[in-house]
Design a binder for this molecule. Structure first.
Ligand code: ADP
Ligand code: NI
Length: 214
């Protein structure tokens, strides 16, 4: 594995995500990278492809870089500049294309490397980390914490999921509790169990306090 390229990717995302406050910061990418590598070891996936796909998975995200979302130009340019083979570049781009959550339109990556990266990205939306990121994202998108009059919207397709405005609490039902059944590997499912239980405890507590019962 070429360590220098990995180090360059880490420096690149550190610079790129300097002013990112919606839960997609440098540290999110680093957690995804480390978790993906941990899963990859168990699943016997290629660590170089997993590392680069994890490190670059959000650089052309539609919320952060709408103009390069279709072409994945930032990831492509970086990989080309590092002298990586076209075939490997297209494997990595395919993974980046398939990892993100799109409601009912989410796809399962075809490679084991992609499955590891998708699981790692989804795990970072769960647990204490997931709770923190949900409120950070909601705040940065002018969304309120909770409104009992606005019910969660279920079974959304990609377009509805992207365009609909909801509350932070609804996000748990609209995405986070759906994740456990969408994971690809047993390793990730095991980690998800504990994280989901923690989010449930948090919501129980939230509603008790909301209703003045605690
Ligand atoms: P990912 O890093 O998996 O691509 P997203 O881009 O979907 O994640 O979102 C980044 C973070 O913000 C995640 O923790 C996600 O759960 C949270 N998030 C996404 N959409 C919403 C929303 N509508 N309301 C609250 N939090 C959200
Ligand atoms: Ni991500």
């Amino acid at each position: 594995m070429n360590r220098t390229i990995i180090e360059n990717a880490i420096s690149y995302i550190k610079e790129l995500f300097q002013n990112e406050f919606s839960g997609h910061d440098y540290f999110h990418t680093m957690r995804v990278y480390r978790t993906a590598l941990k899963i990859a070891e168990i699943e016997k996936a290629d660590p170089f492809i997993v590392s680069l796909a994890a490190l670059l998975h959000d650089v052309d995200d539609y919320k952060l870089s709408l103009d390069t979302y279709e072409t994945k130009e930032k990831a492509r340019t970086f990989l080309k500049d590092q002298g990586i083979d076209e075939i490997v570049i297209s494997q990595i781009i395919d993974i980046i294309d398939s990892v993100s959550f799109k409601g009912k339109d989410s796809v399962i990556p075809s490679s084991i490397e992609g499955k590891c990266v998708q699981d790692a990205d989804r795990l970072d939306a769960l647990g204490a980390m997931g709770i923190a990121r949900t409120f950070a994202y909601s705040g940065s998108h002018q969304r309120i914490l909770h409104d009992p009059e606005i019910p969660p919207l279920m079974d959304m397709n990609e377009k509805t999921y992207r365009n609909h405005t909801s509350t932070a609490i609804n996000h748990f039902y609209e995405k986070l509790f759906l994740i456990k059944d969408m994971l690809n590997t047993d390793t990730a499912r095991e980690i998800a169990q504990h994280r989901e239980a923690f989010m449930k405890d948090f919501l129980d507590e939230f509603f008790l306090e909301w209703e003045g019962k605690r």
